[in-house]
Design a protein around this ligand. Structure first.
Ligand code: G6P
Ligand code: ZN
Length: 541
């Protein structure tokens, strides 16, 4: 074991979901070591305890895992559990942490961002509940990283990550575990596999795009081997270090092939995809894309049809920019609806305290209290369970949902890689005029209220301010502006647009049409074109 002197980096501030940078940034001498030591220095009481390590298999994953193992040993952990080949999907890692009562875990991923020598990498610390570290921990890590002057590491040979079994590094045990087994077992506990299997045997066809990312092995095992979907139902199932050169982001831009297939005449009954680290999901029925916000609402409304949720939901939580469709379901179910800032970490306290059972975000994340991360395959399986019990198509279920609850038309417009100063200026100017907006009219619509979202955590009493600008119109339409906390270059302005339509006769209007006046209003209020120099968003989801 040795203690190495180092000099701090000033840019190791964890964002919405851990520290994310380009690979060459992580490859600077001591960059990884500094950050991991800063994590360990911010924790207390882990001596002799278990640490879980795994990642999404992207470029640089194996190198960082070797460093993390040697540093965990030198810092006094008693045991590390590592997914075979360095692979653990983010929800699977959360499950391994919880199941083994680990002290915490290091998850190596940059989620849906591209991978490769010049692309993205990330390191995230999760606490013993299996969830992303709360802000007070990430703030401590950042503070430590700015002054750190030494790190501890064992000078031992690399561990064979591909060989399941146990070895020692210094005095610490390293167990290489099956990446899929525990997770698949958990899914079998939650859902009615027999019903889904019977449905598939009866001719129901599905397709799942693993996007050459981490869910390939999980989806193969669960959908094809355990549930009997035809071989080949899981596409792009071999995880690649560069995701085959694509963005492993399950949205209508990057999973366009899936979308096109699902809109074609020979579409299967159900299509889905997940992202780089397996926590996001995209759900498309035959001829119908289900927005993540709608998916949350529909899953919540039907969750009782799956064994794990048969007893009902304790509450439903969504991130602030997520459409308020789920709130309507909560109201009908007579349970509480929670509105949190963007970032899965904010759901952790609600789940731990038993206040919420199901959570979701507009950014294609849905999950429940079974782990403390969002979970892509979980969402797919809950949909399949619901489809098996109801015996209706995705389209029929969606339309019936809108008829019952009304429809929240929804779209997110992203302006990526915008000049940081321009983006900050746009937000600052909006903030400055917030107080004067209520009562004014834009594009013929009256603004009912405007604020900068601030969250008071009902469990620990902490406050998170400046979480996004909300413009609420009379009639319950809404525009939200915020800057992304996960980008790695420039700034990404996200504009979230939502319109509530109670009238079922108007539910089949195409979304861009339903939102046209709000889209114009969004530009008029914030001056997006003028300030960013962009005439249109880079991505619409
Ligand atoms: C990650 C987080 C999510 C978040 C999403 C978008 O996936 O886990 O909780 O919603 O990023 O965050 P951003 O700050 O880029 O809008
Ligand atoms: Zn992800």
């Amino acid at each position: 074991m040795k203690t190495v002197s180092t000099t701090p980096f000033q840019d190791q501030k964890p964002g919405t979901s851990g520290l994310r940078k380009k690979v060459p940034v992580f490859q600077q001498p001591n960059y990884v070591e500094n950050f991991i030591q800063s994590v360990f220095d911010s924790l207390e009481g882990f001596e002799g305890q278990t640490l879980v390590i795994g990642g999404d298999g992207r470029f640089f994953n194996r190198e960082v895992i070797q460093i993390a193992i040697k540093m965990a040993s030198a810092n006094g952990f008693g045991r590390v559990l590592v997914g075979q080949g360095g692979i653990l999907s983010t929800p699977a890692a959360s499950n391994v942490i919880r199941k083994n009562k680990a002290f915490g875990g290091l998850i190596l991923s940059a989620s849906h961002n591209p991978g490769g020598p010049n692309e993205d990498f990330g390191i995230k610390y999760n606490t013993g509940n299996g969830g992303p570290a709360p802000e007070k921990v990430t703030d401590a890590i950042y503070a430590r990283s700015r002054v750190i002057d030494t790190y501890k590491i064992c000078e031992t040979p690399d561990v064979d990550l591909d060989q399941i079994g146990r070895v020692e590094v210094g005095t610490m045990d390293v167990e290489i575990i099956d990446s899929v087994a525990d997770y698949a077992a958990l899914m079998e506990e939650l859902f009615d596999f027999a019903a889904i299997k019977a449905k598939i045997a009866g001719g129901f066809r599905l397709t799942f795009d693993a996007m050459h990312a981490v869910t390939g092995p999980y989806a193969k095992e669960i959908l094809e081997r355990r549930l009997g979907a035809a071989e080949g139902s899981v596409k792009n199932f071999v995880p690649l270090e560069d995701f085959g050169g694509h963005h492993p982001d399950p949205n209508l831009v990057h999973a366009k092939d899936l979308y096109d297939l699902m809109m074609s005449d020979d579409a299967p009954d159900f299509g889905a995809a997940s992202d780089g680290d397996g926590d996001r999901n995209l759900i498309i029925g035959k001829g119908i894309f289900v927005t993540p916000s709608d998916s949350l609402a529909m899953l919540a409304a039907n969750a009782h049809l799956a064994p794990a949720y048969a007893g009902g939901l304790k509450g439903i939580a969504r991130s602030m920019p997520t459409s308020r469709a789920a709130d309507r379901v909560a109201e009908k179910l007579g349970v509480k609806a929670y509105e949190t800032p963007t970032g899965w970490k904010f759901f952790g306290n609600l789940l731990d305290a038993g206040l919420a059972t199901i959570c979701g975000e507009e950014s294609a994340g849905t999950g429940s209290d079974h782990v403390r991360e969002k979970d892509g395959l979980w969402a797919v399986l809950l949909w399949l369970n619901i489809l098996a019990v109801r015996g209706e198509s995705v389209k029929a279920i969606a339309e019936a949902h809108w008829t019952e609850y009304g429809r929240n038309f929804y779209a997110r417009h992203d302006y990526e890689d915008v000049d940081t100063q321009a983006a900050n200026g746009l937000v600052a100017e909006l903030r400055e005029k917030l107080d004067r907006l209520a009562g004014t009219s834009v594009q013929g619509m009256t603004i009912a209220a405007a604020d900068d979202f601030s969250y008071l955590d009902p469990v620990d009493g902490s406050t998170s301010a400046n979480q996004g600008i909300r413009i609420l119109f009379e009639g319950d339409s809404r525009i939200v502006y915020r800057l992304s906390g996960t980008g790695t270059s420039g700034a990404t302005l996200r504009v979230y647009i939502e319109r509530f339509e109670p009238d079922a006769a108007k539910h089949d209007v195409p979304t861009p049409e339903a939102l046209a006046d709000l889209i114009a209003a969004a530009d008029e209020i914030a001056g997006i074109r003028a300030k960013t120099g962009r005439n249109e968003p880079s991505v619409i989801t």
